[in-house]
Design a protein around this ligand. Sequence first.
Ligand SMILES: [Zn+2]
Length: 262
Amino acid sequence: MISEDVANQLLAPTGRTLTTAQALVRAHRSDSSAPASGFDVPTTVRMSVSLTPVHDVDAMNVVGVLRSPDPNNAARAVLVGGHLDGVGTDPNGAVFQAANDNASGPSVTIEVARALAASRSSLNHSIVFVAFAGEEEGFYGSEAYIAQMAVAPGRVESLVAVLNLDVIGCCSDTLIVSSEAPDLQRRVLDAASGLGVSAEATGSGGSDQTSFARRRVPAVLIGTRDYILHVYADKPAVVEESRLKKAGDVVTQVAKDLATAP
Ligand SMILES: [Zn+2]
């Protein structure tokens, strides 16, 4: 990760800045006939990075189940979750606080669980809440969940949808919804628009929903458009409660709709 100042210094020979480069990317994303967003940068960078040795650590997922009272349908479930790990410490031991990436995800998951617990009697399907470990190192927690969760509701074959919350506290009021499952993506975008929350479609990948999409479970990432992650500045002060609430309202509604469907 580099600062905007450094990025602008690297881009200077091209006559562009980070802002104009971002504008190119956005224009190309919304209209594929717009000029390509890639360009050559005649800059050579030499850098040194301190590394720490690789070592094994123990980590755990945290799983909660809100069981539907309907005995015929309770074995199927909607999964709501977000990863609980951050990027740890730098080689000098300074902690990356990881407030937006991704304390924001599990904290909204907990609130969604609290809100949905009040509607338990109306649920046809169960709802599983998960805080995944080991996302940053390569989706280890979600892969372990899929490999080891043996009971229904919960195991991957029982899941009707996965709503994965990642980077939802900063830095834009527009939610992004990933594209692995177009019907689910549309459902989330529609729910947002019904609640007056700005939201837009984005590409695929980048977080734990990928593990479920690979097993053909409809799964999307819900985040915010402009985010901060993996830097010292990702501290609690950058996370805004109003953004968490918007994401939480949308996720609560979508999870409830899916879980009350026949
Ligand atoms: Zn993340």
